[in-house]
Design a protein. Structure first.
Length: 78
């Protein structure tokens, strides 16, 4: 079981610090970013839905795009 919240906190700015002009990112792209940063992160059936629920619960804004569900996130830059 992965600690989605911890992975999100280590990868993206908190929802309240995300700029209003940040572009929504598709959930599948968020998953790809997390998988690159956390090599032990295993993508399974339902990972996208679980991650979406966690992002919503953490206050990230949901958007429906042509390519699927997206959230307004801003990646933390080192």
């Amino acid at each position: 079981m992965f600690d989605y919240e911890k992975m999100i906190e280590l990868t993206f700015l908190p929802s309240e610090e995300t700029p209003a002009d940040a572009k929504p990112v598709l959930v599948k792209d968020i998953i790809s970013r997390l998988a690159r940063k956390f090599p032990t992160f295993t993508i399974r059936n339902g990972t996208d839905m679980e991650l979406g629920h966690r992002l919503s619960a953490m206050g990230y804004k949901y958007h429906k795009l042509t390519g699927g569900a997206a959230y307004r996130v801003k990646e933390i830059t080192p």
